[in-house]
Write a new protein. Sequence first.
Length: 339
Amino acid sequence: MSGTEKSSTTRRNLLQAAATGGAATALLGGLGINPALAAAARSEKPLKAAFSNAGLQATWCAQGKQAAEWWGKLFNVEVTWFDGQLDAVKQRAAIDNMASQKWDFVAIQAFGIGTLTQPVQKMIDAGIPVIDMDTLIAPLDQIKVHSFLAPDNEFMGASVTQALCNAIGGKGKVIMTQGALGHTGAQGRAKGFETVIKQFPNIEVLDTQPADWDVSKAARLWETYLTKYPQIDAAFFHNDDMALAAYNIMKARNRTNILIGGVDAMPPAIQAVSEGRMFATVRNPSCGIHGGAIIAGVAAVTAGEKSGQGIPKHVITDGPVVTKANAAGMQWMEDHFLI
């Protein structure tokens, strides 16, 4: 085990042991977290929370599960997972199951807007705080979730697109590979892309088909694109997984001159940016969103934190654009489930 790994492990073990022993207040205060909230939030009895995100096949979702479980241990929360499996129908069945049980709080990232409204409303009606993560379960004026923790997806799409457009000198041919069209995060990223592209009349958009966060679909699309288009200067992907899947196809076709931008800043993408295989990505803070959902839920249950008062209805969780200059620091933050 390397010194870095030992340091990370030691820190995590110290925090978890201290929290279990009742010393979380001082430690969390030292990390910049309000000591009063930490004291109120730490539950003497284990709390039961249910979580679901779009699908654990996606690395962003898998990292979020790790973060939720780690922060859950720190705050004495037992987390039960309901995998969305990157399928709206399967996630709906999972959330119907979730809604048939009793929980202290729940946190959900919907695969598509409007697909989970009925079972989520059932839990809200039962008095269970529901934290919405990353993408809207339903418009906030139509459902009374406890809070919505999400990045500014339009900003993320625009910032990476701007970086790509600048890098190709404001002219050329580009492709956007979208996530799931019913996902409000994907909708925001597409809007950000389109807003920036409109400012560059000498850039032609060749295609904008969705791949639904599925790396196999992304690879198939890019097999077609590389055959059809002899010139592609840049490509924006709605997540890193799809970007790296497409890069493998580009490499096999000797088309690695295409500049690639992604979203999420997952560890493989951070490494790819550091090595020059990807031009840029932007951090969608999976750890901050999933860990934040734990803290929001615990504070609601143990400290009586009210929706719209103690916690805003909408919490913006933006992360930065990741380039070679800040890649190492971003990786450290993720290693410790901080962003």
